[in-house]
Design a protein around this ligand. Structure first.
Ligand code: AMP
Ligand code: MN
Ligand code: MN
Ligand code: MN
Length: 285
């Protein structure tokens, strides 16, 4: 299991958060694409873990428990992937429940703001795409706005409506970095900084993020992910070396129609890096 060339895909989403496929469909797709070690990492929610583990076994995949925790750090949203933790741990379960708790109110406020710019019915519209009532996300609004012809694709919806400064953006306070890392590591897992190139932090802010993350016990960074370019991957491979962090690899697959990177179809990690699954050998199921 230790090899960097193992086809590990340790980041993706099902209908339990903002993906469009079931855990079973994802497991079958991952196996079909040659994935050997898999993790379902739904946002702020463990509701798909049992199904994913069972489906992984049925498809001959090794499995690591997973989730992607929404964190507010320096007033921005950062995602921390947790891998290999105990999914029955009470502290992480309660922490995630609290983290996803404000989503419904936030969604109602998003819909009110969108109504003010002439887009009506967005709450009910988004709800039609939601698989888990506790997890209404911006992605579900984006799908509704594409369906209703307001935008051509979900990327355009985020650019025009759902990001900071745009009419449908409602700021939200998620978990703290310390809490997210601590929940994961105390439950026996490894915390991973997800897609670091996406945050748009300055060099100083990023230094602070890595310093605090390590200080709280975080152990890995996503180097190869669907949302990194080749240059981003090189940059964060260097960061992994400099910070003494293990490296993770994951497509961040959400949907066959929306995701440009399919499950398991990613470059290998650079050979000199320590893969995060090396640190989790005894947590693989
Ligand atoms: P939320 O947790 O409700 O704030 O929604 C965040 C989700 O929106 C992310 O997990 C992505 O799936 C999706 N997302 C964020 N930014 C973009 C973007 N620019 N284009 C498409 N999807 C995005
Ligand atoms: Mn998502
Ligand atoms: Mn993310
Ligand atoms: Mn993700």
């Amino acid at each position: 299991m230790g090899s960097v060339t193992l086809n590990a895909d340790l980041h993706c989403h099902s209908v339990v958060s903002d993906g469009t496929l079931s855990p079973e469909q994802l497991a079958a797709r991952a196996a079909g694409n040659g994935v050997e070690l898999w993790s379902l990492t739904d946002h702020d929610e463990l509701g798909g873990q049992e199904r994913a583990r069972t489906a992984a076994q049925a498809n001959g995949l090794r499995y690591l428990t997973g989730c992607e925790i929404s964190v507010t750090y320096l007033d921005r949203t950062v995602h921390i992937v947790g891998l290999g933790f105990d999914a029955d741990d009470d502290t992480i379960r309660q922490g995630l429940r609290a983290t996803r708790g404000g989503r419904e109110l936030r969604a109602r406020e998003m819909a009110e703001q969108l109504a003010k710019v002439g887009i009506h019915g967005a709450y009910d519209g988004a709800l039609r795409y939601v698989g888990n009532p506790e997890l209404i996300s911006r992605t579900h609004f984006a799908r509704f706005l594409v369906e209703s012809g307001v935008c051509r694709d979900t990327g355009e919806v985020f650019r025009r409506y759902l990001t900071e400064g745009k009419p449908g953006f409602v700021p939200h306070r998620w978990a703290t970095l310390k809490d997210a890392v601590t929940w994961i590591t105390r439950a026996g897992g490894q915390a991973v900084i997800a897609h670091p190139a996406r945050y748009g932090f300055s060099a100083n802010e990023e230094f602070a993020l890595f310093t605090d993350f390590k200080g709280h016990g975080g152990g890995a960074v996503e180097v190869v992910t669907g949302s990194h370019s080749a240059a981003d991957a090189e940059r964060y491979a260097d960061a992994a070396r400099e910070w003494g962090l293990a490296a993770s690899r994951g497509s961040d697959f959400h949907s066959p129609d929306e995701s440009h990177t399919d499950l398991g179809r990613l470059p290998d990690l650079p050979r000199d890096l320590r893969p995060v699954w090396d640190l989790l050998a005894d947590r693989i199921q």
